[in-house]
Every structure is written in C-alpha cells, then in structure tokens.
Design a protein around this ligand. Sequence first.
Ligand code: ZN
Length: 114
Amino acid sequence: MRIDQILAAFTKSQLQTFRNILQVLALNERTIVEALEYVNVITQPKQGVRLAKFCPECESPMRLFQVNTPNRATEVGGGYKSQWQCLGCGHDIFSKNTIQEEIDKARRLQNGTR
Ligand SMILES: [Zn+2]
C-alpha cells in the first residue's frame, strides 16, 4: 500500500502532531518503540497507574509488570511478584507485592494518603 493511502485515515492535524512527536523523539535520540511503550503505560485503564512512579535514577516514567509467573520468560527469582522498569534508562525495581498491591500503593502515594 502507498504511504498516502495508509495515512489517509488520519486528519491533517493528527499528522502534524505525529510529525511534532517524531521531531521531539529525534532531537532526544529516542525511538518510536520507546514512545509507544510510554503511551501504552499511560493509556492503560486497567492499571490506572498513570505516571504514578518515576525512576529514581532518571525520573522517567516506569512500567509495571508481573514476574515469576508460570511462564518462565519472566523468571527473576528472589520471591518477587512484580517489577517496575524505567522506560528511560531501564533501571529495575523488584517487589514482593503483586501488581495490584503496587498499583494501590502508587495510588495512595499519588493521593498523598499513605
Ligand atoms: Zn531511569
């Protein structure tokens, strides 16, 4: 399919925004994949974390996922149940809380009601 046919689904305004995003990414030497991960984190209604946790190393948002599930691809040992990973520098924070407990904790911190 030709590029104009593919992009015909978007308005001129959306494409201008897209161009702005690409320019900002290029200026900061970041990839579309990294941007997409970030968008996925902040638009995930189920988790509702929305930037609740930022990396202590570089202050980028962090994504949260389950580890040590029966699927061995997520095996990290240590009795951990979840892991925060920085979208900026890859810094990891492991937790023995479940994802839901981490989300609840992050929400309480965000609301200032520890
Ligand atoms: Zn970081």
